[in-house]
Write a protein that binds this ligand. Sequence first.
Ligand code: MTE
Ligand code: HPA
Ligand code: MOS
Length: 773
Amino acid sequence: MNATVGRPIAHDSALGHATGAARFADDLPEPPGLLHGALVLSPVAHGRLDALDIPDLPGVVRVIAAADIIGPNDISGSGKAGEPLLTDGVLRHHGQPIALVLAETRDAALRAAQAIKPAITPLPALLDPEEALAREDYLMPPQIITRGDVPEAFAAAPRIAEGRFQAGGQEHFYLESQIALAVPGEDGEIAVTSSTQHPTEVQHIVARILGCDYNRVPVTCRRMGGGFGGKESNASWIAAAAALGARLTGRPVKLRPPRKADMAATGKRHPFLFRWKASFDAAGRILALEATLAADGGHSLDLTPGVVFRALTHALNCYDVPAVRLTALALRTNTVSHTAFRGFGGPQGVLLMEDVIRGVARATGLPPETVRERNFAGGGNGTHTPYGQALEGDLIRRVWAECRDDARWDDRRAEIAAFNASHPYLRRGLGSFVLAFGISFGVRHLNQAGALVHVYADGSIRLNHGGTEMGQGLNVKIAQVVAETFGVPLDRVRITATSTAEVPNTSPTAASTGSDLNGWAAHLAATTIRTRMAEVAAALWDVPADAVCFAEDRAFVDRPGDNRAMGFGELAHRCWIERVSLSATGFYRTPDIHWDPVAMTGEPFFYFSYGASVAEVVVDTLTGEHRVLRADLVQDCGRSLNPAIDRGQIEGAFVQGMGWLTCEELVWDAEGRQRTLGPSTYKIPGSRDVPPSFNVRLLSDAPARSDTIFRSKAVGEPPLMLATAVWNALRDATGVERLDLPATPDRILRALRGSSRSQSGGITGSGDDLRRN
Ligand code: MTE
Ligand code: HPA
Ligand code: MOS
């Protein structure tokens, strides 16, 4: 019919992003009297703050410390975790905020923050997650999922394999670093502009720190220059610091930490340690699995419980193992508190079975792909996750079969073998991966959304919803949904900034649910208005309301031989004259999901997103350097709302996943100082790292539940995990047994040389004290 939904439509800000016309928080005109903030950060990983002497510094208006905080000094989402905004006297990680400097210029603020030298007594720091694991130093009790009789399964086991490995963290490296602007208004109101995925949490935490009601804190976000999970919780304390400054001085305050401070003070993807033991038969069927997944949570809880939950529920990925015992731990270390990052523990969780599959393949002499296929859920194997939710075995097999065909798997295996036999030191390798990723927030109450739609008397439409735009194309998708619902062209719909004053009590834009949740809410709001408009037209034409249809920018009577019709704008005007409301809210909550936290069973996900990938790499065995030469991806997006946007998400996520697994390495030194605080030492993938042959395909005729919005499926996070094929390809090329992540050139070289320190230790010589995560 109209088809705005399902069409490859450009991002609404594509031109604005490219030309610079799109305004980010730092581009807004600065209000008169603006003060600039800068943070004084802890120079130690653990210590006691003895004194904070403030020298007289040029341009400085005020320096704020914990004692100046009006409400509770707690920035945790729950408000109960006691995570301080500014140190309460104990320093728990390098880069922890100690004080906020406010000055007339940003330069003056930054210079002053550097000049302040707090008196600190250093304390012994717990830096190594292995040590935290040995000491059982946890941030929360272990989470355990079990199924079947595991001891019995091991006692009867035909064969047993074991393994251990680790995966590092990841810095978000959003191009726009964290920023907030707080402007004091009348009667104690503080208006906040924040680069945040979670305006409602910004509102809550600002209000807590200021000791005021939520209704005094309107929060706005037009767009972020990337979030990737890094602005789900961390944006809140940046905004709270700015708001506190604004309240205490009565002047507007902007806080935009430089990249280095942003990297030091905000959390990253959780590094993980893995241990496993599996029993299997000669055919490669895995019969029992016992595994521990230990996340380094850093010094405080933040979103770690949710990350650990997702790692645990994704540890078997799309595979069936009859008897399992999976234990997930949250280790406490004197490191920055790790947080949400695209995939939210899922990417770490799905690594487990990849290592098990390789271990079983090695022990049985079968190709890893055969072991993979024999252990897929469904098709004779079990059909349910160990926590009790059904997986669609057909889709798992379909994405894999199609991807394997796209990649010409068998031919290329032979080509690669021939290449390797002929080259003295380059080795090519082929790796695969298959994914089932659960869509919904692990926390039940976050699975809700609201929208506010106005139709004006000229038929133009204003759309507001609870989701935030971070580059992922959420706004254009929701605008497509609204245009489709009214049967009008997309340019009738005006996209507006997310605001807690327009749609309250929102969830973070996270867990890939942005378009699922807000799409439904906006559709429901638009449907309410359309129904009222249909009634006005029906009365005019003397037909039943359900005979009035909307398409091609018109309302018309949908009956053979009846040509009566009216422009959408004309009908809107008529509704106004007839005193009919053209404004409505929509509200949606995800049906059916449930979880029993005691039994650790339930159906926490509305549905699963499926995908498969094949990657080819070449490794220089003399240097350890490597490249991804080709990648073939098949991603299930249901009936995509916008295939152009979804393709961009798949490409970007894959390359971001490659970065995590191959080149992005966080290094802390023996004192717990981060040594990788900028692009010169922390390497994210660049345009030349994109595979030269990059074949991305959306699964065609993809089935989805009938009750997803226009039968679409989420896409934001799942394709990041498809990069796991690169890890497998590197192991295929090198033949090494254990390859910790990120698989940097030096780590590959050490693994190839079989060095005993290859997996845990430092680089060389003076670098030996560097702890790598
Ligand atoms: N894409 C861009 N360009 N920038 C981002 O920050 N964040 C990712 C993903 N895609 C991100 C992105 C993450 S972590 C999530 S959870 C989803 O987008 C959130 O948006 P969605 O729910 O609308 O997909
Ligand atoms: N994903 C991302 N963010 C979240 C989640 C999740 O599953 N749960 C709570 N915050
Ligand atoms: Mo995405 S990690 O859920 O913000």
